[in-house]
Design a protein around this ligand. Structure first.
Ligand code: GDP
Ligand code: MG
Length: 709
């Protein structure tokens, strides 16, 4: 049999962690809400079907005297092999099934329309009150559900106790304690999920309403019964949605004028009775039910949970200290990445890469390979790819540090910190997340803007995201720093990143004034608790980044290098070009060069680099490496770079241009998709490129006037 299990739960409840555990994938897990914005699908690993392993989590039972007793009851069951085919779907985090944001719509549609065989509802057990709100709604859907109480390791260390059996009884579905992060309880979760899926076990009738609300709900359910059943919707769920004034449901049920009228009567008389709006009645009822249930099922450690998180927040989100602390953290990140430590690692690593290329070249010579092939392979390809690969450690160190900050929960605080300043730009704290991700890669960053609630906020954020220098630009900056500012790497790097941020502020102010009027929507985000970053999580992210980088080096950048080498080596008649001016490249890029002349880099090499940079930013480096015709030896490459950029001023101008001009093709495609408009995406990149040109030209001409360069 083939089954589909969907993971649904609040943001930051551990869905992706569980998904990765169950499927062995490496999806991005981040300790802030809104990381997963797309639904991801994977196949469940076989080893989760096998024999039960040690659970590690005690099951608590109420004994006769009302005291909780610990039992480690483990039934040794084998799950038969016939269950070998399970697809797991990781949905974006949601707080309710009412469509407020795009994620909620995606998740709700998936659960309601696609109908997975089972919904595994992941609940953050350290935050039951809020998490169970969604659980109740899922149960009302009347689809098979298993509740997975996640983060039980934290519950345990707080000294709290949860009575699983009682909770199961109250909710009418299986409740399994797990720790997705530690991999505990997963076998039990899978076993019981299989059980439910196989027997198509539906949740028991859950009556959470009392009194008037109860009467009204059932009356409405009765009224819509026929229409609901015809559309395969449980009447009670339909009634709940009508209570909440849910537009899509009203439209879908397609009730007669008369029925709608009667429902309106029932609801408004109930509103009068309860002294509350209908939606509030529903919410109130749910929270009351949850409260009652928790009083019966949870015993909190009277010593209270660890207040460490609060103490840390006392400093990190302090009224005065917060911003300085944030700046110091960022500076530290830069210092470690680009300072003595970072450059030591880079030197060591590029030595390794260069050595490899030399060995390759010698081998080719020994094998008597033709000179032109050797030239192509060693100079053309390996120099290009190698020049980029050498900078991989820098990117990885930067990522390591950022992902530690992210995984610890600090970045979510920073988003709050940035809400006020971002508001001045007409954005809100939510925009901080895509922007922070933009330092990694613009593509996921642009996608993560989905978590913003209005299209205005989304488009606005997307337009500013590329100003955050992505990881692929690091090799460019590093190369130029080594060539032109060998004594001040940290300063120059920090300045470049700052420049990007400053330009985004300038662009933001302009956009707010002329394009996006008004203010951003309010910013609501829950703060995740601080967590020690797990080596596994951080390691996984670094590994993904490294793999991605290497893959790009040997595909896009390899290809770009080949093309550039070919175009510069031959004329249009396919005879060997004597000089670059004579080559195909010279003729093509020759058209572009004059455009860049006012900015100080109006030559074929720099223009070509700008062009290939559109494919992938790293290509700027590989192109310059190939065109400077350098030996693998980096000293010579740096010298040749100085001949392409005769003055430091022209190098600065080029760096600024590269920092600001249009993002790569992949990012452009993401923009188009997420902005939902080719026109918007086009004008965004056109604007960025124009801005880049203006800034580069102003800086260059200004510098000349001042006599620098
Ligand atoms: P999602 O937003 O629901 O996909 O949640 P993630 O899987 O991205 O996890 C959010 C945060 O919770 C990450 O920092 C995880 O490392 C952490 N986390 C997930 N599961 C557990 C768990 O069982 N125990 C603890 N202590 N932390 C967890
Ligand atoms: Mg996630």
């Amino acid at each position: 049999m083939h089954y589909t299990f969907a993971l649904a739960g609040n943001q930051n409840s551990g869905k992706t962690t569980l998904f990765n555990q169950l499927t062995g994938s490496n999806q991005h897990v981040g300790n802030w809400p809104g990381v997963t914005v797309e639904q991801k699908t994977g196949t469940m690993l076989h080893h989760h079907h096998g024999k039960q392993t040690h659970l590690g989590l005690p099951v608590w039972r109420r004994s006769g005297h009302g005291v909780l007793r610990k039992e480690t009851d483990l039934k040794e069951t084998r799950v038969p092999e016939k269950y070998s085919d399970v697809t797991i779907v990781d949905l974006p985090g949601i707080y309710s099934l009412s469509p407020y944001s795009m994620e909620e719509i995606i998740s709700r549609n998936y659960i309601v329309k696609t109908k997975p065989d089972l919904v595994i509802n992941i609940v953050d057990a350290t935050n039951l009150e809020r998490n169970l709100y969604l659980t109740l709604q899922l149960l009302q859907l009347g689809r098979p559900v298993v509740v997975a109480l996640n983060m039980m390791d934290e519950v345990r260390s707080h000294g709290d106790v949860i009575d699983l059996k009682a909770m199961e009884k109250a909710l009418g579905v299986p409740v399994v304690a797990i720790s997705a992060r530690k991999g505990e309880g997963l076998d039990e979760l899978v076993r019981r999920s299989m059980d439910v899926a196989e027997h198509r076990q539906l949740p028991g009738k859950l009556d959470i309403c009392r009194g008037e609300a109860h009467k009204a709900l059932h009356a409405v359910a009765h009224l819509v019964e026929r229409n609901a059943m015809a559309r395969d919707i449980t009447p009670l769920y339909a009634a709940t949605k009508l209570f909440e004034g849910d537009e899509p449901m009203i439209a879908e049920l397609d009730l007669s004028e008369e029925t709608r009228h009667i429902i309106e009567e029932i609801l408004s008389s109930m509103e009068k009775e309860q002294g509350m709006e209908r939606a509030a009645v529903m919410a109130d009822t749910r929270y009351r039910f949850i409260e009652e249930m928790l009083t019966a099922c949870v015993i909190r450690n009277p010593e209270g949970p660890d207040k460490l998180s609060d103490r840390i927040d006392g400093v990190l989100t302090h009224r005065v200290l917060a911003i300085p602390v944030f700046l110091v953290m960022m500076l530290l990140v830069f210092y470690i990445t680009f300072g003595p430590f970072g450059s030591m690692v880079v030197d060591w690593f590029s030595g390794l890469v260069d050595g490899g290329i030399q060995v390759m070249g010698n081998a080719l010579e020994r094998w008597g390979v033709a000179l032109w092939v050797r030239e192509l392979v060693v100079k053309g390809v390996f120099t290009g790819v190698g020049s980029v690969l050498g900078f991989m450690p820098t990117i990885l160190i930067l990522f390591l540090l950022l992902s530690v900050l992210e995984d610890s929960g600090y970045m979510a605080r920073a988003a709050f910190l940035m809400d006020r300043p971002l508001r001045k730009l007409g954005l809100n704290g939510r925009s901080f997340i895509p922007m922070m991700m933009g330092f990694g890669c613009s593509v996921p960053a642009i996608m993560s803007a989905r978590s913003m609630s209005t299209q205005r906020d989304r488009r606005f954020t997307i337009m500013l995201t590329p100003f955050m220098s992505c990881g692929a630009k690091v090799p460019i900056y590093a190369l130029f720093t080594a060539a032109f500012f060998p004594d001040h790497p940290v300063t120059v790097m920090t300045a470049l990143y700052l420049m990007g941020i400053l330009m985004s502020i300038a662009a933001g102010l302009l956009l707010k004034r002329y394009v996006f009027h008004g203010d951003a929507s309010p910013f609501i985000m829950e703060l995740p608790s601080y967590r020690l970053p797990t080596p596994r999580n951080v390691g996984r992210q670094i590994w993904e980044k490294a793999k991605d980088f290497i893959r790009r080096a040997f595909t896009v950048i390899f290809l770009a290098t080949l093309v550039v080498w070919f175009l510069q080596s031959f004329t249009f008649n396919l005879t060997a070009a004597q000089s670059i001016g004579e080559s195909m490249l010279g003729s093509i890029a020759g058209f572009l060069a004059p455009v860049f002349a006012p900015a100080g880099f109006g030559n074929v090499q720099a223009s070509t680099a700008v062009l290939t940079g559109i494919m992938a930013k790293e290509s700027v480096v590989s192109t310059l490496a190939v065109l400077s015709g350098a030996e693998v030896d980096s000293v010579e490459m740096l010298a040749n770079l100085r001949s392409i950029f005769p003055s430091t001023l022209s190098a600065i101008s080029f760096l600024l241009f590269v920092l600001l001009y249009m993002p790569c093709i992949a990012a452009f495609a993401a923009m188009r998709r997420e902005m939902g408009s080719l026109r918007w995406a086009f004008w965004t990149v056109a604007g960025q490129t124009a801005l880049a040109w203006v800034v580069a030209t102003v800086v260059y001409q200004g510098g000349l006037l001042l006599g620098i360069g």
